[in-house]
Design a protein around this ligand. Sequence first.
Ligand code: UD1
Length: 417
Amino acid sequence: MEKLVIEGGRPLAGTVRISGSKNAALPLLFAALAVDGPVTFTNVPRLRDIHTTLKLLEILGCTTAFDQGTVRVDTVGLTPEAPYDLVKTMRASVLCLGPLLARLGEARVALPGGCAIGARPVDLHLKALEAMGAVFELEDGYIRGTCQGRLRGAHIPFDFPTVGGTENLLMAAALAEGETLLVNAAREPEVVDLANFLAACGAKISGQGTSIIRVEGVERLAGCAYRIMPDRIEAGTFLCAAAITDGELLLEDCPLGELEAVASKLREMGVWIEETAGGVLCRRGTELVGVNVTTLPFPGFPTDMQAQIMALMCLAKGTGVVKETIFENRFMHVPELGRMGARISLDGRTAVVRGVAGLTGAPVMASDLRASASLVLAGLAARGTTHVQRIYHLDRGYERIENKLGAVGAVIRRERE
Ligand code: UD1
C-alpha cells in the first residue's frame, strides 16, 4: 500500500490545470454501451476508476483504447455479465444496467461496492427500470434483469433525485420504445453532460439540467466524438488548497459556473475568487471565518465537497456547522482531523467545527475518496509532517494529486508503506 507524506505549512502558488470530470467520465464511458459504432472521448482523466471501467467494458464485449486523455470505445459483441471482481471496487459499475438492458434485453450485474459512505442501495434504479418493463431477480449476489423486446417509455417520478439513477434511466430511455418522462430527476452538471453526449449520438432528450427530463426513444444511437466537462470537485478542492495554505492559485479550465454553491460558501468564509481571462484566481482574502454548510442535491452544496470545506473550517475563526443530508455515513474524516488538532463534535448528521489557530502533522488514515482529500488539505496547512495512509481511495478520483500539488510548491511525496 502507498501513502502520501506531506511537509505542511507552505503557501501554494502557481497554475493548476483542472482535469476532466471523473463523475462525468464514468457514466459517459458506460453510455458507449448504448451506442452502435465507435465513440471517442477527450479530456478523460487518468484515474483508477477509469481503468476499472475500461476493463469492465472489455469484459462486456467492447474494444477500448486509452492514450493521452483520449478514449476510444467500440461495442463489438456485447455480453450481459458484469462480474463481482470489478464491480466491488466501484459503485458506478451499476451504470451498465440501463444500456445493457436497452441493447440486449438482459443484464447481470454484481451488487456494487465503492466508497464506504453509507448503505447506498440501487432500489431507485431498479424501480424505475421496472416501470419500463424490466424484471429483476437477485441471484448469487448478482442483479439479473431481463425485458421482453424493447424497454417501454414510462412516466417515472423519482422519490429522490438520484444522480446514478437518473443517468441509468437516461441511457435506457434513449433506446426505449416511446416517451419517458423523468420527474424529480437529478440536475447535476454531470447528468447534463451525459444527456448532451446521448443527444450528440442521436438521442432525443430535452429538459436536462431541470428536474423534468423528457426522452423520446430512438432505435439506434450512432458514435461521435465528445469532450468531457472539467471536474468541478477537483476544482473545488484546489480552491480550498489555495485558501488553506494562504497561497494563490490560478485554476485553468475551472468550471466556476457549476461551482456556484461552493464558491459562494468559500467567499462567505473570506476566500477571494475571481474569474480572469487565464482561469479562476483564488486566494485567502481576509481572515477565514466559520460558516454553516448543508449538503444538498445540485444546485445545492455538493456532498463531494463537504470534507474539504470542513478541513478549511478547522482553521477558521469561530464556529461552523456542517450538515450532511445526502449520505448517512460521510464523516469518517472527522476523527482523523481530530488527530491533527481539529476541534469537531459530531451529532448524527451534523458536525460542529470550532476553529483552532493551527493543525499539527500526524499519521492519518484515508477512508473514502473525499475524506482523503480533506486530510491532504489539512496536511498542507499543518505544522510538521502528515502521513496520509491508504491513498488508493484518492487515486480513484484525483489525477496525480501529488504532482499537481508539488508543481505549485507543496512538499509532498508518495511512499510505500
Ligand atoms: C453520485 C456521485 C457521487 C456523489 C453522489 C451525490 C458518481 C460516479 N458518483 O453518486 O460522487 O457523492 O452522486 O452527489 O457520479 N440512493 C438510494 N437508492 C438508490 C440510489 C441512491 O437510496 O437507488 C441514495 C444513496 O444511498 C445516497 C443518495 O441516494 O444516500 C444519493 O445517491 P445518488 O445521487 O444515487 O449518488 P450516486 O449516483 O451513487
